[in-house]
Design a protein around this ligand. Structure first.
Ligand SMILES: [Zn+2]
Length: 79
């Protein structure tokens, strides 16, 4: 089985033996561990999760606004 690795800079798949990345031209340096690359690879996913959490919070806040105005309406009718 052929060993593969990923470019540190553009994260393209590189075949073993490449000294330079053919995609971004950066020199391959063997000083990054697989763990490091995987960590970096998950970064965008975390951002997406944060964004969806923010969206959910915004939706909840909108619902609270609606409830708030409905409550106000209710109270003004009951007085
Ligand atoms: Zn590259």
């Amino acid at each position: 089985m052929e060993r593969v690795r990923f470019c540190k800079h553009c994260r393209h798949l590189l075949k073993e033996g490449f000294l330079y990345c053919p995609y971004c031209g950066q020199e391959w340096k063997d000083d990054s561990t697989m763990e490091e690359i995987v960590d970096k690879g998950f970064e965008p996913l975390e951002h997406r999760e944060i964004n969806s959490t923010l969206n959910t919070l915004e939706q909840l806040s909108n619902k609270l606004d609606i409830i708030d105005s409905e409550l106000e309406l209710f109270l003004s009718h009951s007085v």
